[in-house]
Unconditional design. Structure first.
Length: 306
């Protein structure tokens, strides 16, 4: 079974070499002839235990791969060693610079010396995932975090970078809608209340975008309802921080009349008539040629007595 290298301590040193490096891993003792190489150069070493070798670094330049080879068993995985100062990573920018406090935003970090990155941190919270695209670029997915600015850093075996700012934007919440009903034709002016509404980019009524909306403050929006089929829908607000919970708004069907019994009576009024139709629940007025009915009762969604 081939030996394994898990770390080099230190993993950098002077080009002149002759400094000691501790190679940690497994499969070093009680095996066949063993060779340690820095790049293509074999070097002298001492086997301290099955999990540790102390090697003398030969002279060199740049970055080379350290390997441990056991005759007949094979060669270990490579581990980079740098001739020169430790190439500590540096960060220059992050794009985008803000995202939802719920996490899940894909960001691109640019800088230097990212090769071998072992961690990306957002205000002390590890990134959900990250990919090292090159020595100058990392793509990371933000973890969930409380709202506000945080410092983003990258860590490699050579150290931790400086920080760049990323701002977590609170996910909006909705607590109410006034009024909470209107006609399917839309056009009702409603006020939404909640938190984190600044920067709203969309308001949805059951998946249908609002015709028009205005952000009055971080806690209030004024919205013109879009047309929608009758029924109760959920209203949501979307901001750069994400999409809110939903609050209920009911589209009430426009009432229709199909008949009146009897269909005549004296000019003095007082005739009891029955109106039939649909959508009569919640009736607020009955008019006879523009004159309000003296009295009416809603019997059902399809019948009024007037």
């Amino acid at each position: 079974m081939a030996p394994v290298i898990t770390s080099l301590t230190p993993s950098f040193g002077p080009p002149a070499g002759f400094n000691s490096v501790v190679i940690t891993g497994s499969g070093y003792a009680n095996v066949g002839p063993l060779t340690v190489r820095f790049g293509t150069k074999a070097t002298t070493f001492t086997i301290d235990s099955d999990t540790q070798i102390t090697a003398i670094v030969p002279p060199g330049t740049g970055t080379v791969n350290v390997t441990v080879e056991v005759l007949l068993d094979g060669t270990s995985n490579p581990m980079p060693y740098v001739y020169g100062p430790a190439p500590v990573p540096t960060l220059t920018s992050i794009t985008p610079t803000s995202g939802s406090a719920a996490g899940g935003t894909s960001v691109v970090l640019t800088g230097t010396n990212f090769t071998g990155a072992t961690a990306v941190s957002f205000g002390g919270t590890p990134a959900t995932s990250f990919t090292v695209n090159s020595s100058t670029q990392i793509t990371a997915v933000t973890p969930a975090h409380s709202a506000g600015p945080v410092s983003v850093t990258v860590t490699t075996p050579f150290g931790t970078s400086n920080g760049v700012a990323f701002t977590y934007i609170a996910v909006p919440t909705l607590t109410g809608v006034t009024p909470n009903s209107g006609p399917p034709s839309g056009g009702t002016v409603v006020v939404l209340t909640g938190t984190g509404l600044t920067g709203a980019t969309a308001v949805s009524f059951g998946g249908t975008p609002a015709t028009l909306f205005t952000v009055n403050s971080d806690t209030q929006l004024t919205v013109l309802t879009p047309a929608h089929a009758a029924g109760t829908v959920l209203v949501t607000v979307t901001t750069p921080g994400g999409t809110s919970n939903g609050v209920a708004f009911t589209y009430i069907p426009v009432p229709t009349l199909t008949g009146i019994t009897p269909n005549s009576g004296p000019p003095s009024g007082g005739t009891v008539v029955v109106l039939t139709g649909t959508g009569l629940t919640g009736a607020t007025a009955v008019s006879f040629g523009g004159t309000p009915a003296t009295l009416f009762t809603v019997n059902s969604d399809t019948q009024l007595t007037v």
